[in-house]
Design a protein around this ligand. Structure first.
Ligand SMILES: NC(=O)c1ccc[n+]([C@@H]2O[C@H](COP(=O)([O-])OP(=O)(O)OC[C@H]3O[C@@H](n4cnc5c(N)ncnc54)[C@H](O)[C@@H]3O)[C@@H](O)[C@H]2O)c1
Length: 379
């Protein structure tokens, strides 16, 4: 067991840093969050108040200049992922970065190459891989239980109420976000599909739409033109021959964060619903179904899908923590430890390679929409 504490520095101390990164790093034994950086004093104050991180910086270069850091966790708006990651790589620091990895494929490839050149341990927070039902879906597909995959439908339907009145943020500004609803939400789905199917997207057609073209800026209170899409749709052909459909966006009134993926093959199918994280609806060969606990039996032919329970081994419950489940960050730290600190072989997904894979599909979608045509991958 590696007893040396792992020291983490956080760059960007907004919502995801305070609510997800720091708590999850601190759930790992012997990990310390020793420093944080944000350009906003209010965001830093939140970090101090919630987590007691007192070594705070306004300039990430000053944070990176410390000589006691092992890992940098990048939680800024998307426009700053590239400069922060490149500077951290230059310093030889290991990097856990928020999704999407970059603003475009060119940046993402550079970030990956810089990390590879220094042998860095990278992670990207495609956090929904840790939803228990997503883990089970992957297991079932990896067992070949669905036969030859033919069809995939993925929807990430985010949306509250009063959407048109929400103040404008960096997410509504293409220069800072790269993408709006399709890229932000869809990045998770694209990663999930790549992970589940172990298949590459070979061709896309896409279009996006901005339904609310102007908002009042949260920062300035002044009107701002929205330059990112509210939602988008993608048609996909996979290298295996399967076909698929993705819809992602912010404008699904009243849905909250609602993620659904359906996968169909020659022998069976499954329907994943993130709002029922411990269950999966499946149609499976009996010998495979026998391996799982049935919650509701399907009744062919009217309601053929049977609901099964995610086995405890895939639920990711943390012993003694009252229903708290493991996260991708905790998996990253475990893999980090397993590689014996800084020198051993590091085995972890999703890392920058997976971040690049998603970014390539998004770039292809942008080209497809711009030229109103199908675009082939790899680019
Ligand atoms: N994995 C997930 O499920 C998930 C969920 C939410 C957000 N995210 C990602 O996390 C990132 C942050 O999102 P958020 O919701 O926390 O946004 P946020 O606006 O709450 O926080 C971003 C923070 O970055 C800071 N920042 C901007 N430029 C900076 C710079 N140059 N130096 C230091 N700090 C800087 C901002 O001041 C802000 O406090 C985005 O990349 C987003 O896509 C991922």
């Amino acid at each position: 067991m590696d007893v040396k504490p792992l020291r983490v520095g956080i760059v960007g101390t907004g919502g995801i840093a305070v609510n997800h990164h720091v708590p999850n790093f601190l759930r790992c034994p012997n990990v310390e969050v020793v420093a944080a950086c944000d350009i906003s004093e209010a965001a830093l104050e939140q970090m101090r108040a919630r987590h007691g991180v007192t070594d705070c910086y306004r300039d990430y270069c000053e944070l990176l200049a410390r000589d006691d850091l092992d890992i940098i966790s990048v939680c800024t708006s998307n426009d700053m992922h590239y400069p922060v990651v490149m500077a951290a790589a230059e310093r030889g620091l290991d990097i856990f970065c928020e999704k999407p990895l970059a603003m475009d494929l060119c940046q993402a490839r550079e970030m990956w190459a810089a990390a590879e050149a220094k042998g860095l341990k990278t992670g990207v927070n495609f956090s929904h891989r840790r939803t228990p039902a997503a883990q089970l879906a992957r297991e079932i597909i990896a067992r070949g239980a669905l036969g030859t995959i033919t069809t995939v439908q993925a929807v990430y339907a985010a949306g509250g109420v009063g959407y048109a009145q929400h103040p404008g943020t960096w997410r509504n500004d293409r220069q800072r976000a790269g993408w709006g609803g399709l890229g932000d939400m869809g990045a998770h789905m694209l990663d999930m599909l790549g992970w589940w199917l172990d298949d590459d997207v070979a061709e896309v057609a896409a279009y996006t739409r901005t339904f609310v073209p102007q908002r009042l800026s949260r920062e300035t209170g002044l009107p701002m033109t929205v330059t990112t899409e509210d939602q988008g749709m993608v048609l996909m052909a996979f290298a295996s021959g399967a076909m698929g459909y993705l819809c992602g966006g912010y404008i699904f009134t009243g849905r909250g964060y609602d993620q659904r993926i359906e996968v169909y093959g020659s022998e069976g199918g499954l329907m994943y619903n993130q709002q029922r994280p411990l269950e999966l609806d499946v149609y499976l060969p009996p010998e495979i179904l026998a391996d799982y606990q049935v919650l509701r039996q399907g009744k062919t032919p009217d309601t053929p899908y049977t609901t099964i329970l995610v086995p405890e081994r895939l639920q990711g419950l943390i012993p003694g923590q009252n229903g708290v489940r493991r996260s991708v960050i905790m998996d990253y730290v475990d893999a980090y430890r397993a590689s014996h600190g800084r020198d051993g072989a590091f085995c972890f997904e999703p890392g920058f390679a997976e971040g690049v894979r998603v970014q390539a599909i998004l770039d292809a979608c942008a080209l497809a929409e711009r030229d109103a045509r199908w675009v082939q991958l790899p680019l």
